[in-house]
Design a protein around this ligand. Sequence first.
Ligand code: ZN
Length: 137
Amino acid sequence: MQKIEHIGIAVKDIEKGNAIYAKLLGVEPYKMEEVTSENVLTSFFKVGENKIELLASTTDDGTIAKYIDKRGEGIHHIAFAVEDIHAEMKRLRNEGFRLLNEHPKKGADNKLICFVHPKDANGVLVELCQEIPKQGY
Ligand code: ZN
């Protein structure tokens, strides 16, 4: 793994979350993106080399809505940048980690992503993410 790519924070209301984190970090989010396959609305902040991702559910029964019902708002996952997500998934499977995704899926912010089962990582939901190469050159 290369580095922590971002930290994901579950929020009830993306606009309120944006306002709080803009105040806290002193920058506005550089992008907002809906991931319809996940029923989630995301926004991203850049702080130096690091990113914070806010996640809010777009439906009452989405993953993030369920998470907040159970555990409240807060840190939801830690994402690590990887160079080759397929190789990393294979490596982790061989180490005995359960992955929540059979294949990498398209996430927000131009990434291929995969989640590691939190029960296999001391209760932390770990996301692997690989930048999708830009097309056309
Ligand atoms: Zn994420």
